[in-house]
Design a protein around this ligand. Structure first.
Ligand SMILES: [Zn+2]
Length: 425
């Protein structure tokens, strides 16, 4: 097998600053857009960030149309609704305002309205066909109102495929927004639990990007076009992921305890983007792979601060509940790197032995989870050992991420990881 010898570094342009949402009219005008759809979810349709966005666009005489039906934790069905709206609206530009769900819905709407195809055409294999996107999309900009998904910097969109009860997605560089607008004014009103889940998601993004299989241990693509967006850990993703881990570990607990702490909140917001650049190029692995069936199989759990209409295990929660077991498992692949991650989180590892690396990093993560009041493991969100087979089955097809585990994880390993994630402390 020929191994990979190259990696690329792609990211969106970023605009960061308090109040920069007001410049979105100018930003879209600069792209030549005259008729723009603003995608958000029903909870945010009357929020300040959406009002400011619409006003800024209309202030530049851009025809701005609101689509406020992006579903929190989107499904193939909710994507199709947004796609139908986009096809009918004939837009020449896209703006997403909201969390990962709104951004991901906006990416899908842009993709299928620009390059119409059967829904499974671009979906990641083996669940979908994984056909490469035939050309560029319409200009899209993303205005995150939660600090965590990093979706504004990536060419990835994730949804629940209801037929399979699992999350999957579409990953292609063409989906990447051309600009992420990071505005401190937009995250002030995040409920506590939303801030905790998104913050832990971004921390896990950075930890997974850091510890993913190195790019040069991945099989070489047959054609440069087939080089995946998630390429494996590389020297550039390492820099972004490392700095993100440090910034989040230092500031996340502070921002949740005191949302008026603008300095800490600004750091977390910026770190989400850093982590996004890290994982958007380096990739993610098992904690994400395992999270997709956890979210997909949510039955009766509804966390505080989220819409109460349907059961859900928020993405960031599903990810971090699996993460301590994952890092205990991956540490033997590169103990020094796992100890380095623990050091970035503030642990004293000067006397740590390599064989303790996994435990130390897992405990550092559990410490943050407890401080921000995460539930204690999968059993606290409605899962038990009887669910493990189905959870494993839902994880195995997530090749895009599971293949980047620095240690191969088959059904037996995954079983053990899910069992270890039932109770964390
Ligand atoms: Zn994530």
């Amino acid at each position: 097998m020929k191994l990979e010898t190259a990696f690329t570094m792609d990211t969106s342009s970023i605009k960061y600053g308090q109040g920069v949402t007001r410049e979105i009219g100018y930003d879209m005008e600069e792209q030549g857009c005259r008729r723009v759809v603003v995608v958000t979810d029903p909870n945010r349709s009357k929020s300040d960030p959406v009002a400011v966005t619409l006003e800024a666009l209309r202030g530049r005489d851009i025809d701005a149309v609101l689509f406020d039906q992006a579903r929190v934790e989107p499904t193939d069905g909710s994507f199709q609704e947004a796609i139908a709206f986009a096809v009918q609206g004939d837009f020449d530009g896209y703006v997403a305002v909201g969390g990962g769900s709104s951004m991901d819905t906006c990416k899908a709407a842009n993709l299928y309205a620009t390059h119409p195809a059967d829904f499974m055409t671009y979906v990641n294999p083996p669940i979908g066909k994984g056909t490469p996107v035939p050309g560029p999309l319409k200009p899209m900009m993303a205005i995150p109102t939660t600090a965590g998904t990093g979706s504004e910097t990536t060419g990835v969109t994730i949804f629940d495929y209801l037929e399979m009860g699992a999350k999957t997605g579409i990953a292609n560089r063409a989906l990447r927004p051309i600009r992420g607008i990071i505005d401190l004014n937009n995250t002030r009103t995040m409920p506590k639990m939303v801030a905790a889940c998104t913050g832990l998601d971004q921390l896990t993004h950075a930890l997974e990007a850091l510890t993913a299989l190195p790019y040069h241990q991945r099989p070489a693509p047959d054609h440069p076009r087939l080089r995946p967006a998630y390429q494996g850990a590389n020297p550039i993703s390492h820099v972004w992921a490392s700095r993100a881990i440090e910034m989040i570990a230092k500031n996340l607990v502070r921002t949740i305890a005191d949302p008026s702490d603008d300095a800490a909140r600004g750091e977390v917001l910026l770190a989400a983007t850093y982590a996004g650049i890290g994982f958007g190029n380096g990739g993610l692995h098992l904690a994400h792979g395992m999270s997709y069936p956890v979210s997909g199989m949510a039955r009766d759990y509804v966390p505080d601060g989220y819409p109460q209409g349907h059961p859900l295990v928020p993405h960031g929660m599903a990810v971090c509940l699996n993460a301590p077991a994952v890092f205990r498992f991956t540490a033997p692949a590169n103990p020094e790197l796992h100890l380095y991650a623990a050091r970035l989180m503030g642990c004293d590892v000067s006397r740590a032995k390599p064989e303790e690396a996994g435990e130390i990093l897992a405990n550092a993560l559990i410490d943050v989870m407890r401080k921000v009041e995460m539930p204690n493991g999968l059993s606290a969100v409605g899962f038990g050992p009887q669910d493990v087979d189905q959870l494993v089955e839902g994880t195995l097809p997530q090749h895009r991420v599971t293949k980047l585990s620095p240690r191969p994880a088959g059904p037996e390993e995954l079983r053990r990881l899910f069992l270890d994630s039932m109770t964390l402390w």
